[in-house]
Design a protein around this ligand. Structure first.
Ligand SMILES: [Zn+2]
Length: 230
């Protein structure tokens, strides 16, 4: 059985992150995080672009998006990009059809839009029990209220800057080195969340948020990828 290291919640410049998807691929590799998902807000585009840069011999890219439904935010982790719906039951159906995982992100985050009580619905494949971009109180509340759900638990970075990638991660025990193997391993619970903060990463994240507010989003090189995708 393979022992893999996965950070399944990372943002790129496609939404509000600081990094181009290619940089996320590169930094993950340097940090020996060999399973990643670029989960931009309401789009798979970050993952689609990242897929062009992944070294398939040493890295697995799970196509991801963080979708803001009417209940709150949910991670979609899929073998390929799918059509996004903001209606939960439509989203659940299309995830089942496409072999995706549905994972509430930071469900009890005080400052961000988690699904809160919705975490008790019986539709989730796993729950993000720890998010290293969330504050400690939100993570403690989530841990207390969601760890007994009897579904697999995940820890992710929700990185918007490179320093946070892999700050929290998951040890995934998989039968093979494919996306389907990884998704199945998570589904059946062959996964251990590693819940860690990075002080340095949090400082970089804070300064990125300030810079973004003052200067707007950085979109360098993104147009090249968008044009060449067409
Ligand atoms: Zn996020």
């Amino acid at each position: 059985m393979l022992k893999l290291y996965g950070d399944l919640h990372i943002h790129s410049i496609v939404s509000d992150g600081a990094l181009h998807p290619s940089e996320i691929v590169k930094i993950s590799k340097l940090k020996s995080i060999n399973v990643i998902s670029v989960t931009d807000h309401n789009t798979f585009l970050g993952s689609v672009i990242a897929s062009r840069y992944v070294d398939k011999r040493s890295q697995i890219l799970i196509y991801g998006a963080e979708v803001k439904t009417y209940l709150g935010e949910i991670l979609l982790l899929c073998p390929q990009a799918i059509r996004i719906s903001y209606d939960l039951s439509t989203l659940v159906d299309s995830c089942r059809e496409n072999n995706c995982l549905l994972v509430p992100s930071h469900p009890y985050d005080i400052l961000r839009l988690g699904i809160k009580w919705g975490v008790n619905l019986k539709v989730w494949d796993a729950v993000e029990i720890f998010n290293s971009s969330s504050d400690p109180i939100s993570n403690i509340i989530t841990y207390i209220l969601a760890r007994g759900l009897n579904i697999p638990l995940l820890a992710n970075s929700d990185a918007h800057v490179g320093e946070l990638i892999g700050s929290a991660f998951n040890i995934i025990y998989a039968d093979g080195f494919t996306v389907d193997d990884v998704l199945e391993s998570i589904r059946v619970g062959n996964v251990t969340p590693v819940m860690r903060y990075s002080l340095l990463g949090s400082i970089y994240r804070f300064s990125w948020s300030l810079k973004r507010t003052v200067h707007g989003l950085r979109k360098t090189n993104l147009m090249y990828d968008l044009v060449s995708l067409v």
